[in-house]
Design a protein around this ligand. Structure first.
Ligand code: DC
Length: 222
């Protein structure tokens, strides 16, 4: 069976990264969380006190990579582990405007494309099937009800010790969905050849089993 590229796109907190991680583990593929890269750029701007307007001039000072750590993937920004810091409220609030800056997008898309050179990769985000890997052999577009997504994000944040109100979390999701879907540069949209899955009523295991079937049939075809 050939190695393929698997692109997973969808709204915030719809379970993309859980699916992507599980598929990568099953297939022994690399997993790249492209949202973490936008979050790391956002954290850099906050920590350095750089305005969004000036950020494009500072991109050459930003070095992001991923490292396997304690059975998970750590996000390293300029040599520092920022895995938890990139999930802060401040980053959540600023990341969509940062991701709407074209220079930021081309800076990160170039790195994301390079990760996919050897195939055998699962990447999740908003523009993976449309811009980063338009030729990906397998594309998924994941959606879920806003209430379901809010519940999932609330428990996800609680697990890492961040307790925010449900209302606050839902407001942030809605704002980000709006900015991510309406920005002029590579807005979130379903690639024509993506398989669309609404997982509101699916368990994690059901979604995984369903997607794995698609992946297996695609790998046999190529
Ligand atoms: O997946 P996430 O919630 O961690 O992503 C954080 C933000 O980054 C999201 O609001 C939109 C942006 N993003 C993007 O514009 N393109 C991607 N490929 C991934 C994320």
């Amino acid at each position: 069976m050939d190695n393929i590229v698997i692109a997973i796109d969808g709204l915030s907190a719809c379970g993309k990264s859980t699916l992507a991680k599980d598929l990568a583990k099953e297939l022994n593929y690399i997993y790249i969380d492209s949202g973490a890269m936008y979050r790391a750029v956002t954290l850099f701007a906050i920590e350095q006190g750089i305005s969004l307007e000036d950020l494009p001039q500072h991109l050459d000072k930003i070095h992001i990579h991923f490292e396997a750590k304690d059975n998970a993937q750590a996000v390293i920004l300029n040599g520092k582990d920022v895995t938890l810091d990139i999930r802060s409220k401040e980053v959540n609030e600023l990341v969509s405007p940062v991701a709407a800056i074209s220079e930021v997008r081309s800076f990160l898309v170039a790195q994301q494309k390079a990760y996919g050179k050897q195939k055998a990769i699962v990447m999740d985000g908003r523009d993976i099937g449309t811009v980063v890997f338009p030729d990906a052999e397998m594309k998924f577009f994941i959606s879920a009800d806003t209430d379901v997504r809010t519940d999932r994000r609330t428990s996800e944040l609680a697990e890492i010790g961040k307790t925010l109100s449900r209302e606050e979390i839902q407001e942030n999701l809605k704002t980000r969905d709006h900015i991510d879907s309406t920005r002029s540069d590579s807005p979130l949209k379903k690639a024509e050849d993506a398989v669309e899955i609404d997982n509101s009523q699916l368990s994690k295991q059901e979604q995984f089993a369903l997607c794995l079937k698609y992946v297996e049939s695609r790998r046999r075809k190529d």
